[in-house]
Design a protein around this ligand. Structure first.
Ligand code: ZN
Length: 89
């Protein structure tokens, strides 16, 4: 699966990235989970300093709340297709 992104100027001078085009999901599960369980950069943020595709795994804590563990993925966890990020100019 191919994800395209580009860098944008930011107020801090640190490069930030945004996805430039909707994905073409590699499988039905990816289509269903993109944007929630798996997404480009940081869940819920349009731009982020991360330019990887990340998987968000809820980890239950002792106090009953869950935190999200962020795992960069190079392959689709469901069908195994390579997930590649392309940086556009
Ligand atoms: Zn897939």
């Amino acid at each position: 699966m191919r994800v395209t992104c580009r860098s944008c100027p930011s107020e801090t001078g640190e490069p930030v990235y945004e996805q430039t085009a909707p994905i073409k999901p590699c499988c039905a599960e990816m289509a269903r989970r993109w944007g929630s369980l798996v997404c480009f950069g940081i869940a819920g943020a349009r731009r982020s300093t991360s330019r990887e595709v990340n998987l968000y795994v809820p980890q239950p804590q002792a106090n009953g709340k869950a935190v999200l563990e962020v795992v960069p993925v190079a392959f689709c966890p469901w069908c195994g297709e390579a997930v590649k990020t392309y940086r556009m100019k």
